[in-house]
Ligand binder design. Structure first.
Ligand code: PEP
Length: 256
C-alpha cells in the first residue's frame, strides 16, 4: 500500500514568529493522530527551514522546500542547492508548481533539470502538473498533463528507491476556492498512473504517490481521498491555518 502524503505548501507566508505560533498549536495536535498510514509534510519559505529543522527534530513531521537548483554550488544568484536543503533536514522538494511556471516562466526544461538535481541528491521531488482553465475547456487536459509529466521526468531514466511524487494541481483550482470534483481528479490521476507504467514499470507506477492539489479544505478532503488513485494532497491556503491543516491531515481515509 502507498503511504498517504498530506503536504502543506506555505508559499511566501509566515515570519519566524508566525512559524513558532503555528507549531505551538500544530505539534500539540499531531500527537493525537495515528500516523502509521501517512506522512505529513510542510514546506515553509527557505527563511524558516533552519528554525523548522531545530523544532521538528524527533517529530513525525517531514520538511519540504518550495524549489531547488540542480547544481550543488556556484554562480546561481538567488538559488538554493539540493545539498544546502539536505543539510537543513529537507526531504521533499516541490517543483514545477504552477506559480513557478506561470509567474516566473519556468519551462518544462528548467523543471526537468531541477527534478534531476534534487533526485540525484537523494531528495524526493514533488513534480506538479496541471492544466489551465482554457486548456481544460479546449479538451487538452490530458495532453498538457502528459507533456508536463514526461518532460519533467525525462532525466530520471530509472527509479530504484525514493520514488518521486506527482501532484496533479489544475491551475484553475489553485487558490480559487474551486476544487476539482473527486471524479475529475481521479480521471487525471488514473491517466498519470497509466503513463507512469509506460515510462517505468507497473511495479514502480504502483509505488509512486499521486497527490491532488487545488483548494483542498477540511470539507472536501474526505471525498477526494476516497478515490483509489488519490494518495494524498498538496494544500496551499488551508495549510496556513494549523487547525484547518490538522483537520485535513487527520481525516480517516476510506477508499471506495
Ligand atoms: C498550491 O499552491 O499548491 C495549492 C494547491 O493552493 P490552494 O490549496 O490554496 O489551492
Amino acid at each position: 500500500m502507498r503511504k498517504y502524503l498530506f503536504a502543506g505548501n506555505w508559499k511566501m507566508n509566515k515570519t519566524l514568529k508566525e512559524v513558532e505560533d503555528y507549531f505551538d498549536k500544530f505539534l500539540k495536535k499531531l500527537s493525537e493522530i495515528n500516523l502509521s498510514d501517512r506522512e505529513i509534510m510542510i514546506a515553509p519559505p527557505f527563511t524558516s527551514l533552519a528554525y523548522c529543522q531545530s523544532i521538528l527534530k524527533d517529530k513525525p513531521l517531514k520538511l519540504g522546500a518550495q524549489n531547488s537548483c540542480w547544481e550543488e554550488k556556484g554562480a546561481f544568484t538567488g538559488e538554493i542547492s539540493p545539498k544546502m536543503l539536505k543539510e537543513l533536514g529537507v526531504e521533499y522538494v516541490i517543483l514545477g508548481h504552477s506559480e513557478r511556471r506561470h509567474i516566473f516562466g519556468e519551462t518544462n526544461e528548467i523543471i526537468a533539470r531541477r527534478v534531476e538535481g534534487v533526485y540525484k541528491f537523494g531528495l524526493i521531488p514533488i513534480l506538479c502538473v496541471g492544466e489551465t482553465l482554457e486548456e481544460r475547456n479546449k479538451g487538452k487536459t490530458l495532453e498538457v498533463v502528459e507533456t508536463q509529466l514526461s518532460e519533467g521526468l525525462k532525466a530520471i531514466k530509472e527509479i530504484k528507491e525514493n520514488e518521486p511524487v506527482i501532484a496533479y494541481e489544475p491551475v484553475w483550482a489553485i487558490g480559487t476556492g474551486i476544487t476539482a470534483t473527486p471524479e475529475q481528479a481521479e480521471e487525471v490521476h488514473l491517466f498519470i498512473r497509466e503513463k507512469l507504467k509506460k515510462l517505468y514499470s507497473e511495479e514502480i507506477a504502483g509505488k509512486i504517490r499521486i497527490l491532488y492539489g487545488g483548494s483542498v479544505t477540511p470539507d472536501n478532503i474526505k471525498d477526494l481521498m476516497k478515490k483509489p488513485n488519490i494518495d494524498g494532497v498538496l494544500v496551499g491556503g488551508a495549510s496556513l491555518d494549523p487547525e484547518k491543516f490538522f483537520k485535513i491531515c487527520s481525516i480517516k481515509v476510506e477508499k471506495e
